[in-house]
Write a protein that binds this ligand. Structure first.
Ligand code: ADP
Length: 404
């Protein structure tokens, strides 16, 4: 089936056209700076020359209209009419406690996504805008929501409750939800496939390290804990997000620097993490380069990043009473042998042994030694494929039961 996958951010839309039969991406595109004076659209059909356009796009609806026009105008062998698209899959960041699986989007689902605006103010509003705009342009096909939080619904209560009054969980649903679920799910399934191991009885730790980052403990195929929490701010040190901090720091800063709540929010989400620590960049490539040139702050930022990741891995080994495999994915996890090496050094206690040559070789999936107790692998993530496959399944089921 040809499935159109949409990932709407506050000022961007990423999209892919995926053929689920052979798991192939037929077209990839990105619209950036929606709402700015000029927006940039990039699109590439498989085997064709990429196109780039600069155009004024006021909102997500205008952006989607342009995307639809570009899709059929482009010279390609894969899509000649929008009628060939059989379903649309939408990435939705926060499904709250309501959504444990992907769902066909109807009015109730839209309302529930809206109800989670409170707890996901940066993500769910643009996700819903994207859904509404896409439904206008592709009204005759099923639209499916795939949630970042869904895979983490198996986390047990002792791991998802915070140490705050229980009534706050009951009243406001304040708890750990976890994110990047489609990525953790995808790489764990790839691991079972590539290693030949059964999910039952296997303990793995998946490290998604990109601009945002999270680490998940997966036992018997189920997420049992993850580093992101109520929002994607908790856990690892990220590109511009602080990750874990002592909450008292916020009260202290509000008083000392007379910060508003909005200031604190921006400080922790946009000006912290690798960017804040280094005072230079939130992008790991830039930091590695500057650290190599002797910049002390950039090296410190890298050290804090790696130490935090190591701590989470250690915590999840304890939580699962061992680990069979550690998997790296995301822009940093897939591409930086240096970061993988720094995170995994001195882990003899767990029997982790990295093969330096394997780690340094691009595209090498197993980077541990043959006699390592723990298999360490690099597995490129593919969240869009998970969204497409789920959407295809749900679209097929809805065709078979059109009254549903
Ligand atoms: P997002 O979370 O936005 O999807 P990505 O998964 O693309 O982000 O990851 C982006 C991060 O990956 C950036 O910090 C970037 O510097 C880093 N990265 C990409 N390639 C490399 C590389 N070769 N070495 C180190 N870091 C890299």
């Amino acid at each position: 089936m040809k499935i159109f996958v949409i990932n709407c951010g506050s000022s961007s839309i990423k999209y892919q056209l995926i053929d689920t039969e052979n798991r192939e991406t037929l077209c990839k595109g990105l619209v950036e700076r929606i709402g700015a004076v000029t927006s940039i659209v990039k699109q590439e059909f498989k085997g064709e020359k990429p196109i780039k356009k600069t155009i004024a796009l006021d909102n997500h609806a205008a952006a989607l209209k342009t995307i639809m026009e570009l899709l059929i105008a482009a010279d390609n062998d894969y899509l000649h009419s929008l009628d060939e698209i059989e379903a649309v899959g939408h990435r939705v960041v926060h499904g709250g406690e309501t959504f444990k699986d992907s769902v066909l989007i109807d009015e109730d689902v839209e309302e529930a996504i809206q109800a989670a605006f409170d707890i996901a103010p940066l993500h769910n509003p643009p996700n819903l805008q994207g859904i509404r705009a896409a439904k206008k342009h592709l009204p005759n096909v099923p639209h499916v929501a795939v949630f970042d939080t869904a895979f983490h619904h198996s986390i047990p209560q002792h791991a998802f409750l915070y140490g705050i009054p229980n009534r706050l969980y009951r009243r406001y649903k304040i708890r750990r939800y976890g994110f990047h679920g489609t990525s953790h799910y995808y790489v764990s399934r790839q691991y079972y496939k590539e290693s030949g191991k059964s999910k039952d009885g296997t303990k793995i730790i998946t490290c998604h390290l990109g601009n945002g980052g999270s680490i998940t403990a997966i036992k018997d195929g189920l997420s049992i804990d993850t580093s992101m929490g109520f929002t994607p701010l908790e856990g690892l040190v990220m590109g511009t997000r602080s990750g874990d901090i002592d909450p008292s720091i916020m009260f202290y800063l509000i008083e000392k620097e007379e910060l508003s709540l909005a200031n604190v929010h921006a400080l922790l989400n946009k000006h912290s993490g690798l960017l804040g620590l280094s005072g230079y960049a939130g992008d790991m490539r830039d930091l590695l380069e500057e650290a190599e040139n002797g910049d002390r702050r950039c090296q410190e930022a890298i050290d804090v990043f790696c130490y935090r990741a190591k701590k989470y891995i250690g915590a999840y080994i304890a939580a699962m009473n061992g680990v069979d495999a550690i998997i790296f994915t995301g822009g940093i996890g897939e591409n930086s042998s240096k970061i993988r090496e720094l995170i995994l050094k001195d882990m003899q206690y767990a029997g982790v042994k990295i093969d330096a040559d394997r780690n340094a070789t691009r595209g090498n999936t197993v980077i541990s030694t043959n006699d390592s107790n723990v298999e360490v692998m690099v597995i490129p993530t593919n969240e869009e494929l998970v969204i497409a496959i789920d959407s295809a399944k749900i679209a097929l089921a809805s065709k078979q039961t059109p009254w549903a």
